[in-house]
Design a binder for this molecule. Structure first.
Ligand SMILES: [Zn+2]
Length: 465
């Protein structure tokens, strides 16, 4: 999927929207501003040591570079005091990136940081985030930036989708923790009155929050996948319909694009693409995205017409979405396989025993699923809970696996129990109460531990059959 680097929009008609910030009245902003001052000094110091980064010159024409340069200069001129980023559709660009583009740097989009050893990917896949807390004025959107309590869960569900695809861990930080001992950089999840947007990748060069804005809260089932899309940006992914090979798959109908939004469709000639072009990507746009009066803006080429009304889906991560994110942050670690008792092998008649599945490593919150008929187990199969009794009383092939949240399933363990000398004996039944002298009538029960066994009995002296 995805481009790791992209193109800076060639449009010069961008809508400029202020990025909400949290620096306002209360104690935290004071701390935050103090941190920022330190950082400004740091940026200045770094700029002397960072020479030109030559890496990203491939694919861009001189004309494109000049376009980027002109646009970046224009956008920088229009910055308001304290503004740190510029909104471009559903992606935001940091002023530092603008400055580098304004200087004529030959990157189509800046995914590297210009600082040796520092990328825009979140180190070790750890992504700190904070919900814009109630009571903190937002600066540009007033109370709109405060995240409503009831909206947190859908954001967490969206994060879990990416956590289930790659080695990613979203770490919520409380506002108080931020004041005392906050991470250098984190995502500030905020309400926004009129846009869903995010920075692309981790901001490397300033301390404090980078805002992920959400406006589409009305339908939680949809909201979740809008957040997944924006998180995709925050994790460092660009739009699928701008990757370098997209002209082999779709036709962009420029005259139908609403003025000011054409940057969302600009080809990124130097993108790094993971896997084949993916119409089903969560990072793809729908066919009439930003279309004037709903006109088509993305037309699949002949041979791909079937994707016209399915692309732009916001209902799931595609396999390529998962694979692409795993390529960046590492594939999920597999769940450690469980063990079992007794060992596989031949058991002589008479025998019956209980299978026990046990964790070889305590991983916490691990689930176990098994079958007894040799079929491949899935999460629809019988689930084994600690202390369960699974009787084995005949030739049996047991297959089982373990599954832990945010990990891939363990290998399936296969174990065969055979009874070469015949079928095992049913357990001797037990009668209750035991024989003895009782006054009056007595109800009796006869039970055996062998499940499904029939029990036959007689009263008197005949043998039961
Ligand atoms: Zn987007």
């Amino acid at each position: 999927m995805m481009a790791r680097k992209g193109v800076f929009p060639s449009s010069n008609r961008e809508r400029i929207t202020e990025e909400p910030t949290i620096n306002s009245a209360q104690s935290a902003p004071t701390f935050y501003q103090a941190k920022s001052r330190v950082l400004i000094a740091l940026i200045l110091a770094l700029s002397f040591h960072v020479a030109v980064t030559p890496g990203h010159a491939k694919g861009l024409t001189d004309e494109q570079v000049a376009q980027n340069q002109a646009l970046a200069r224009k956008l920088l001129k229009n910055l308001k005091p304290g503004q740190r980023s510029i909104n471009l559709g559903c992606m935001d660009l940091h002023v530092d990136q603008l400055r580098r583009l304004a200087s004529g740097e030959k990157a189509s989009f800046i995914m590297d940081t210009g600082i040796p050893g520092v990328t825009r990917y979140w180190p070790n896949g750890n992504v700190p985030y904070m919900f814009n807390p109630p009571g903190i004025e937002d600066g540009t959107t007033d109370a709109q930036g405060r995240i409503a309590m009831g909206r947190k869960e859908v954001v967490r569900e969206a994060m879990a989708e990416w956590e289930a695809a790659a080695q990613l861990t979203f770490i919520e930080i409380a506002f108080t923790n931020f004041i005392i001992d906050g991470p250098e950089q984190f995502i500030l999840v905020s309400d926004h009155p009129d846009r869903n947007s995010s920075m692309t990748g981790k901001e490397p060069v300033f301390l404090g929050p980078q805002t992920l804005n959400i406006k589409s809260w009305d339908n939680p089932a949809f909201t979740k996948w809008v957040v997944v899309h924006e998180l995709g940006h925050a994790l460092g992914v660009f739009h699928e319909q701008t990757r370098s090979d997209r002209d082999n798959f779709v036709d962009i109908i420029e005259e139908n694009i609403t003025e000011g939004f054409d940057h969302n469709f600009v080809l990124k000639p130097d993108s790094v693409n993971f896997g084949a072009y993916d119409f089903d990507s969560i990072m793809h746009y729908y066919y009439n995205a930003f279309g004037i009066d709903g006109e088509t803006t993305i037309e699949p080429l002949p041979g791909f017409e079937q994707f016209k009304f399915t692309m732009g889906q916001r209902t799931s991560l595609s396999p390529s979405d998962r694979a692409g994110m795993a390529a960046i942050y590492g594939a999920l670690l597999p769940t450690v396989s469980p063990e079992h008792q007794p060992p596989a092998g031949n058991y002589n008649n008479p025998i019956q025993f209980t299978l026990i599945i046990l964790a070889s490593v305590d991983q916490g919150n691990t689930r176990y699923f098994y079958t007894l008929d040799g079929s491949v187990p899935s999460t629809d199969s019988s689930e084994y809970f600690d202390g369960d009794i699974v009787p084995i009383s005949g030739n049996t092939t047991v297959k089982y696996f373990a599954l832990k949240e945010s990990r891939s399933p363990s290998n399936i363990v296969e174990v065969e129990y055979t009874f070469p000398n015949g079928t095992p004996m049913v357990d001797t039944p037990v009668i209750s109460p035991t024989g003895g002298v009782y006054e009056g009538n007595q109800d009796i029960t006869i039970t055996t531990t062998t499940p499904g066994a029939d029990i036959h009995y007689t009263f008197g002296f005949s043998f039961p059959t």
